[in-house]
Design a protein around this ligand. Sequence first.
Ligand code: GLN
Length: 507
Amino acid sequence: MTSDITRLSASELAAAIAGGTVSSVEATQAHLDRIAHVDGDLNAFLHVSSEEALATAADVDSRRAAGEELGPLAGVPIAVKDVVVTKGLPTTAGSKILEGWIPPYDATLVERIKAAGLPILGKTNMDEFAMGSSTEHSAYGNTKNPWDLERIPGGSGGGSAAAVAAHEAPLAIGTDTGGSIRQPGAVTGTVGVKPTYGGVSRYGLIAMASSLDQAGPVTRTVLDAALLHELIGGHDPHDSTSIAEPLPALAEAARQGATGDLSGLRVGVVKELSGEGYQDGVSARFTESLDTLRSLGAQVVEVSCPHFTYALDAYYLIMPAEASSNLAKFDGMRFGLRIEPADGPVTAERVMAATRGTGFGDEVKRRVILGTYALSAGYYDAYYGSAQKVRTLVQRDFAAAFAQADVLVSPTAPTTAFKFGEKLDDPLAMYLNDVATIPANLAGVPGMSVPNGLSDGLPVGFQILAPAKADDRMYRVGAALEAALEKTWGGPLLAQAPELKTTELTR
Ligand code: GLN
């Protein structure tokens, strides 16, 4: 049974645990064994918290034995992206500057995970401070794509996506500032959701760009994402941007969608998010899935969002501007690394310079410099101010498009997983991975990537966007598409991934 346990979806595993056929300890141990067997190659985890996970699992098992009423995902293990602070567990955000830092508190979403009885397997690898699309900017080495170990798992949350795709964890947490949940989802054949801005608390996320960051679920099924979203989401007084309203009924929407009836639903194809720059196989799978949605009763219309063309440019001013300010706190005085200058006086400024010079990688430095420049006197209006105006225009495009369609759709990423090194020396080529995902962050609307078949043997993603606070709509459409596509594939897309060979984890 143990090898099969890791193949179950989170909702199946939760049912097995609730029904008493599998204990949470068995489920947790099965995933820890899987990590021990395959993560030597994958490097999806920066830290594995076996003892803590097994202790939580044992606690859930005894509470269940005592007849306690437990939540829908109780006992199901989860992995957490290393940009989320976890009390007592190392948290590095993929950076050397935080090496050795142990947070004194839990992020709100971690508190909720713990309260619901989900054992935390460990912390997943990522591009440093969530800047990147490949995990190549992690200070702790790349994560490999389980579909092809020579290829990137997406980024910044490549560790969470690879862990879920490789059956090391049935659930994971990601964060998405410009696409870091959805693009890794697309290239690993997993489901990734960026909730409505304010839908999931940001308290305890190490901030990259506060007006864009959102945490969300990384899973193998749409229903699992909905269940996890319901668990971590909802109002939090610790986050001033948290929406003070209950979440829509997400799992219910996913269950309804899976029945396959989309009659009356208007699906808008965003003209600006297709065509040139999108790989042929990506476009072909996208067009086929539009036919699938039509066959389920949806009406497919074309919509135009003319300012999306400038979204990437606006993002690469707003995001670095906010990041340059958020990252100012890593100064060698408060957290993690502290480097004193090799010679000369030990002044605060020289310690900060030495610490930041050593502790930050090239991509982080590039963005801090860019952001500081964009905010500097004399340039503020020309760069940051103009970018904020573009942001408003993107929001207006969304409003106009959602007047014509209930959901908007596009390919999630323009290409399948590329090889390591292919885009590392060309930041602009790397940035283009997020051309289809960034508009949602600028406008705060929710977005989801669902597995959409293969192109040359590698997964591609289908993106669904909904109006703010209408996350339930995308779960309904995502579940309907997933159910229809899995019928044609004869099961989950991940069943077609190659078997990973066993390499013991020695770290
Ligand atoms: N790849 C994008 C970037 O590098 C998005 C990052 C993210 O969503 N955290 O900024």
